[in-house]
Design a binder for this molecule. Structure first.
Ligand SMILES: Cc1cc2nc3c(=O)[nH]c(=O)nc-3n(C[C@H](O)[C@H](O)[C@H](O)COP(=O)(O)OP(=O)(O)OC[C@H]3O[C@@H](n4cnc5c(N)ncnc54)[C@H](O)[C@@H]3O)c2cc1C
Length: 358
């Protein structure tokens, strides 16, 4: 019997797999896609996320951004900058393939699965029935993103909000300098982003209340206004799972991680850091329970307590920003705030560490 089955080979699943394999447990990763696969994500890796990777990902970094231009709907744009990078740009298909390769090198197995049909917990193990096989393992990690089937099958009362995000690529006619940008001129609660990636620019819309059909048209209009007639390519939308600060997703031998657990933050929609962090926490909890033959839920809860507190703070930040955008962005435009923010971000700190010093 396998020690751990992980459903979903995004950042949360591969981070968990890598740590479990490092501690000598056997791991099977299942995903519905053959890799490399496209994944809706702007691929911005903050320094705090960067610090969590157990291996060097520099070969898949496209660009480092030391400045971020903020465009409020009212008032003047301003720059947040630091001498160290505030964000690293990747392509998610490339980063996820790279991580999956590291897991396989460590001895992890990977299988593409058509459909997860049921998950049944027995006394000493679990049974995962897929469209073509029955898999037995001691533990299961649900790392299958915002629309998680593992969550629906095993945590019926775990509420995750899904905030839509839509992205597209456009060709960069001028090699630079293109700033990384958050543009809050979007009508409603959300923003447009511009992420420069060398030979192309990734643009998108994040919304905490929105209609995806409307946003696609809006994105095309925005691209036209900002970059002229260059056509959009690779248009892709997907929800970000948020709201996980309010609960702790562990039940019996099953743990939820990353977007499946609602561990995206709702302020700007960053999720890779929290996916890595919760994946590693789940691995740690399973390793400690495996020896003691106990359920991993309480060890997992302890391990992600601070992270959930941080997510609560991002939630508060998003309430302020999107309810009072004018005042919030005015405050951020003061050097005292944005210099503190930039320094903390570049040093790999979370919002709680920057503003509460914890
Ligand atoms: C448009 C957009 C832009 C974003 N930009 C950023 C950004 O710049 N920086 C950032 O930090 N975050 C960003 N995010 C959020 C980030 O993408 C997610 O928070 C992050 O990917 C969550 O990682 P995860 O491993 O939990 O889930 P995912 O990355 O969603 O991975 C889940 C995996 O599970 C697989 N899967 C799903 N269902 C099943 C199933 N039924 N059976 C088997 N496998 C399944 C999927 O194929 C996928 O490989 C963005 C999100 C969107 C939508």
């Amino acid at each position: 019997m396998l020690d751990v089955v992980i459903i979903g080979a995004g950042p949360a699943g591969t981070a968990a797999a890598f740590d479990l394999l490092s501690r000598g447990l056997s791991v099977l990763l299942l995903d519905k896609h053959v890799f490399p696969r496209k994944k809706a994500c702007a691929g911005g890796i903050t320094p705090k996320a960067m610090a969590l990777f157990r291996y060097d990902i520099s070969s898949v970094l496209r660009q480092a951004c030391r400045s971020i231009r903020i465009r409020p709907r009212f008032g003047q744009p301003f720059l947040i900058q630091d001498e160290n990078p505030l964000c690293h740009m990747t392509q998610r298909w490339e980063l996820d393939l790279f991580s999956l390769n590291r897991v396989q090198e460590k001895g992890g197995q990977f299988q593409v699965v058509k459909k997860i049909i049921s998950i049944e917990e027995k006394d000493l193990h679990l049974e995962v029935r897929t469209s073509d096989q029955l898999i037995k393992s001691r533990y299961l990690i649900g790392a299958d993103g915002a629309n998680s089937i593992v969550r629906r099958l095993t945590h019926p009362f775990c509420r995750v909000n899904r905030y839509p995000a839509l992205e597209a690529d456009i060709r960069a006619d001028h090699p630079g300098p293109h700033f990384m940008e958050f543009d809050f001129s979007l009508p409603g609660k959300g923003y447009y982003w511009i992420f420069p990636k060398g030979d192309h620019i990734n643009i998108g819309i994040y919304s905490i209340a929105g209609n995806p059909a409307l946003k696609q048209r809006q994105l095309a209009e925005y691209a036209q206004n900002r970059f002229g007639s260059n056509p959009l390519s690779a248009v892709k939308g997907y929800p970000i799972g948020v709201g996980g600060y309010a609960h702790c997703p562990g039940k019996g031998r099953v743990l939820l991680v990353g977007d499946a657990a609602g561990f995206g933050e709702s302020l700007l929609g960053e999720g890779i850091y929290f996916a890595l962090k919760s994946g590693q926490a789940a691995a740690h909890a399973i390793v400690s329970s495996h020896g003691a033959n106990t359920f991993p839920g309480s060890a997992y809860a302890r391990k992600i307590k601070t992270m959930r507190g941080d997510l609560g703070l991002y939630h508060l930040g998003s309430r302020c920003l999107y309810s009072f955008p004018r005042a919030s962005l005015k405050l951020l435009s003061y050097p005292f705030f944005h210099e503190k923010f930039a320094k903390g971000y570049a040093d790999g700190k979370t919002l709680g560490q920057i503003f509460l010093g914890r």
